[in-house]
Write a protein that binds this ligand. Structure first.
Ligand code: SAH
Length: 308
């Protein structure tokens, strides 16, 4: 199947929740190594349609290699592409999947600069053909901007201290590689504080790829494109993402288990129904097989059948 490129997380659980009409139209917004897409297409009838999106060209190439030709693949960000896809598909979409974050391939490829463990250029872009690399960004950010990013996007309570160390290091010589950055962080936080390294890399990754606004726009787009009864499933990997997904779903639903009584005559019915109360988490055995699954949370929502 997808080989070593990426192991799909919560694979059966996701597809089980997502695919409800085997002749419908489905969009995998984060096709990656094609793991989830493979399982989706396996469940569809010959009339069913699957469209895959990824902002990483390497992922699109990989998906093309492993997925059947009938899967249409598009390179670009899902926030941009969902609207365009919808124009061609006036009937609405039956299921949309977002498996957020980075693939194992991206993390393991040193040239992409995603990992503080691998020496490489400090890039961190999912689409290196667009925007600024993390290295370019780091050259321009003020101490306050850096502090805010590390605190708010990396959720590290030593943000100021780390930001100061970065500013001082870049005053001595440019920070161009993952090692330059990791070295600057290690100098200021004791070895026991090794969690700061992944946190700073997370902050830069979110910033460089504009991940939170991609998610906000993507959720809005996806919701508006779903047909009645259509489903949206989202797998998130850190609390900043999961909080947004949870709030977005909450705003469109009533708690699945508490009927609203009494119902006032002019109260509009909820737009949707949550298919997961608490998010689904990977089992211990999945985590032991695939440690990168450990922080995953899957939430799913269904658009109300009739809005009237
Ligand atoms: N579900 C896939 C793995 C997805 S990994 C599988 O089973 O193989 C996440 C992928 O999402 C990465 O390839 C990344 O490039 C892509 N991605 C992340 N944010 C994106 C966005 N806003 N638009 C399009 N692709 C995105």
């Amino acid at each position: 199947m997808a080989g070593d490129f990426h192991t799909p997380v919560l694979a059966n659980e996701t597809v089980e929740l997502l695919v409800w009409d085997p002749s419908g139209v489905y969009v995998d917004c984060t096709v990656g190594g094609g793991g989830h897409s493979h399982l989706i297409i396996d469940r569809l009838d010959p009339q069913g349609t699957l469209i895959g999106i990824d902002r990483d060209r390497d992922a699109i190439e990989q998906a093309r290699r492993v997925l059947p030709d009938r899967v249409a693949l598009h390179h670009g960000s899902f926030a941009d592409l969902l609207a365009r896809i919808a124009e061609d598909r006036k009937g609405g979409i039956h299921g949309i999947l977002m498996d957020l974050g980075v693939s194992s391939f991206q993390l393991d490829e040193p040239q992409r600069g995603f990992s503080y463990r691998e020496p490489g250029p400090l890039d961190l872009r999912m689409d290196p053909s667009r925007g600024q690399s993390a290295g370019e960004l780091l050259r321009q950010m003020s101490l306050d901007e850096l502090t805010a990013a590390i605190r708010d996007l990396g959720e590290d309570n030593q943000a100021r201290r780390i930001a100061r160390a970065i500013v001082s290091a870049r005053g001595r010589r440019p920070i161009r590689t993952t090692e330059d950055l990791a070295g600057a962080i290690r100098e200021c936080v004791p070895a026991t504080q090794h969690k700061s390294l992944p946190r700073v890399f997370q902050a830069l990754r979110i910033l460089v790829n504009d991940e939170l606004s991609e998610l906000d726009h993507g959720l809005e787009q996806a919701w508006s494109l779903l047909t009645n009864g259509g489903r949206l499933a989202v797998i998130s990997y850190h609390s900043l993402e999961d909080r947004r997904v949870k709030q977005f779903f909450r705003d469109r639903t009533q708690p699945a288990d508490s009927p609203r009584l009494p119902i006032a005559i002019d109260t509009p019915p909820p737009e949707g129904r949550r298919l997961t109360g608490k998010p689904l988490r990977p089992s211990a055995s999945e985590i032991s097989r695939n440690p990168r699954a450990r922080s995953a949370r899957l939430r799913a929502i269904e658009k109300a059948i009739s809005q009237g």
